[in-house]
Design a binder for this molecule. Structure first.
Ligand SMILES: Cc1ncc(C[n+]2csc(CCOP(=O)(O)OP(=O)(O)O)c2C)c(N)n1
Length: 351
């Protein structure tokens, strides 16, 4: 942001703000082609840099002089953990039996293990917190759900993670542990009583419920997501772009099943929401699919959206009807919800 602000004030550097990094690098190449001087472009690290790749290939194959500046990139390899050995499962069970403050912490690795997780929670009554990508594996509105943890997470989920004595990282573990638990339970050897811990967390939920600021008659983004949640009966498939709206969607939509939520975690690629919603609608014909997007992210792949009915909501009093109309309209529909600038500013100031 600082670099961009300075560039806009420069009297010697001509700065053009493009909405999408591919557009930006092609613009730099057009400049290079016509001026004979190198074109210069600048993008954020990660998804900003990867969106430059077609432009790099084009510059190389067309001998165009180009300077591209990006932030630092991190490289990492990921692989699935191996299923735990029987002795490790035994050890986990011992910990479950001995400790009084547990949290299950689930992520995207558990997307296919939702029934097993429910079985595990039924047997142990251990509360469940979720990563951004794991939302929906365990129903957000369930009493034992702590919802999302992390920087943009819910106060009581972070409280639980802070106070916990044991945190079960569940993925492959879930495969083997439920039969073991059941056996122990049947033999009367499962000795779990988390009532004090559950009461402690309930108190946190009461003290720090999920809440948002209202700005008179204008629309709080969280309110819009909340209304969507109500009108879709928690049943819509939600996709998003990247940034504040993404976090508000994660916080305020009550996901009740896995694969109901598509967002770019990790990379955080703006532009994901609209095409991802199109793909989701193909994968789940008949489902209501809603892309909750920010204007910046939406612009990045706006070409995927054409010739569709559209409306705009500017007042809080009109949001419910506007969303209802969107949901009732068959096929794609664009609802432009205008939220006050201070909603974004307040959120940033409070972080
Ligand atoms: C492809 C890509 N380019 C740049 C970024 C860096 N970036 C992260 S959030 C953001 C602004 C997002 O604005 P908007 O989509 O309007 O979301 P809002 O903050 O309004 O919710 C930018 C530029 C990114 N994450 N992905």
């Amino acid at each position: 942001m600082e670099i961009h602000q300075v560039l806009t004030q420069s009297t010697t550097i001509c700065n053009v703000l493009c909405r999408y990094e591919q557009g930006e690098i092609f613009a730099a190449e057009g400049y290079a082609r016509v001026s004979g001087s190198p074109g210069v472009c600048i993008a954020t690290s990660g998804p900003g840099a990867t969106n430059l790749v077609s432009g790099f290939a084009n510059a190389l194959l067309n001998s165009l002089p180009l300077v591209a500046l990006t932030g630092q990139l991190h490289g990492y390899l990921s692989c699935l953990p191996k299923p735990p050995e029987f002795s490790q499962l035994e050890h986990i069970l011992r910990l479950v039996n001995e400790s009084k403050k547990h949290v299950s912490y689930v992520g995207g690795g558990c997307l296919n293990s939702s029934p097993k997780l429910h079985q595990f929670v039924e047997l142990t009554e251990i509360p469940v917190a979720s990563t951004l990508i794991g939302l929906g594996v365990y129903s957000s509105s369930d009493e034992l759900s702590l919802r999302m943890l992390g920087m943009h997470g819910i106060v009581y989920a972070n409280y639980a993670m802070d106070k916990r004595l044991i945190c079960c990282l569940l993925s492959t573990t879930l495969k083997g542990i439920s039969p073991l638990l059941k056996g122990r339970n049947a033999a009367g050897k499962l000795n779990v009583d988390y009532s004090a811990w559950r009461a402690e967390l309930k108190e946190q939920k009461m003290k720090f419920p999920l809440s948002f600021k209202s700005f008179g008659g204008v629309i709080s983004p969280q309110y819009a997501v909340h209304v969507l949640d109500e009108l879709t009966n928690l049943d819509a498939i939600i996709t998003t772009g990247v940034c504040q709206h993404q976090m508000w969607a994660a916080q305020w939509y009550n996901f009740k099943r896995p694969r109901q939520w598509g967002t770019s975690g990790g990379l955080g690629a703006m532009g994901f929401g609209l095409p991802a919603a199109i793909g989701a609608a193909k994968a789940s014909p008949g489902s209501t699919v809603v892309d909750i997007d920010g204007d910046g992210s939406f612009h990045m792949n706006i070409q995927e959206c054409f010739d569709i009915p559209a409306a705009r909501a500017t007042k809080k009093s009109g949001v419910r009807d506007a969303i209802q109309k969107m949901l009732e309209t068959p096929g794609p529909y664009l609802l432009d919800v205008i939220v006050p600038h201070q909603a974004l500013v307040v959120e940033h100031l409070e972080m």
